[in-house]
Ligand binder design. Structure first.
Ligand SMILES: CC(C)(COP(=O)(O)OP(=O)(O)OC[C@H]1O[C@@H](n2cnc3c(N)ncnc32)[C@H](O)[C@@H]1OP(=O)(O)O)[C@@H](O)C(=O)NCCC(=O)NCCS
Length: 154
C-alpha cells in the first residue's frame, strides 16, 4: 500500500472492527500491508502481517463488507503467501475467532491447519481464538504437510 491509501484502509479496518491503527503500522519496520484494488483502482481490502525472524504473522485481513465473496480476500492471501516465499519464511501463524467460519475457510484453502485454542482470547465476547499455522520449506517454499491438532467445529 501507499501512504495515500491510509484513509481507505483505515475505513475498511474500522468497519470490520479489525482494530488496526494503519498509520502506526506503516511506521513499524516489521509490518507489511497489502491492498486489493478493484478494476477502477478502489481499495476493497487489506492484509497486515508482521515479520518475526523466520516467521510471518498474519495480523489481520479484511475486505469491504459490500464486496466480499468476490475474490479480494483470496488475492490478498496470495500476496501474503508470495511474500512469505520471497523472504524464505519457515512458519506462517495467525489467530482467528473460532466462530469465523469464512476466514477459517479462506485460510484452509491456503493450507493452514488448526494447532490449538487460546481460551477467551477475545475479551469483549470471551470467545476462543483458533491458532492456525502453515509450515513452509524455506528453501523451496513448498508447503510442509500438517494436520489439525484440535477440532475447530464446536
Ligand atoms: C474473511 C474475509 C477477509 C474474506 O474476504 P473475501 O473477500 O470475502 O474472500 P474471498 O471472496 O476471496 O473468498 C475466498 C474464500 O474464503 C471462504 N469464505 C470467505 N467468506 C466466507 C463466508 N462468509 N462463509 C464461508 N466461506 C467463506 C470461501 O472458501 C471463499 O471461496 P469461495 O467464494 O470460492 O467459496 C472477509 O469476510 C472479511 O473481511 N471478514 C471480516 C474481517 C475478518 O473476519 N477477518 C479475519 C480476521 S482473522
Amino acid at each position: 500500500m501507499k501512504r495515500a491509501d491510509v484513509s481507505s484502509v483505515q475505513a475498511i479496518s474500522d468497519s470490520a472492527r479489525a482494530g488496526v491503527d494503519v498509520r502506526a503500522e506503516l511506521e513499524r519496520e516489521h509490518a507489511r500491508i497489502w491492498v486489493a484494488r478493484d478494476e477502477h483502482g478502489a481499495i476493497r481490502g487489506f492484509c497486515l502481517a508482521w515479520v518475526v525472524a523466520d516467521e510471518l504473522h498474519l495480523i489481520n485481513i479484511a475486505t469491504d463488507a459490500a464486496h466480499r465473496r468476490r475474490g479480494f480476500g483470496r488475492r490478498l492471501m496470495q500476496a501474503f503467501m508470495s511474500f512469505a516465499r520471497e523472504i524464505s519464511a519457515r512458519l506462517l501463524l495467525l489467530e482467528v475467532r473460532r466462530s469465523n467460519r469464512g476466514a477459517i475457510g479462506l485460510y484452509r484453502q491456503f493450507g493452514f491447519v488448526a494447532m490449538g485454542f487460546r481460551r477467551g482470547y477475545y475479551q469483549q465476547t470471551n470467545e476462543d481464538a483458533v491458532e492456525m499455522m502453515l509450515a513452509l520449506d524455506p528453501k523451496t517454499g513448498q508447503i510442509q504437510p500438517g494436520r489439525d491438532e484440535v477440532c475447530v467445529v464446536p
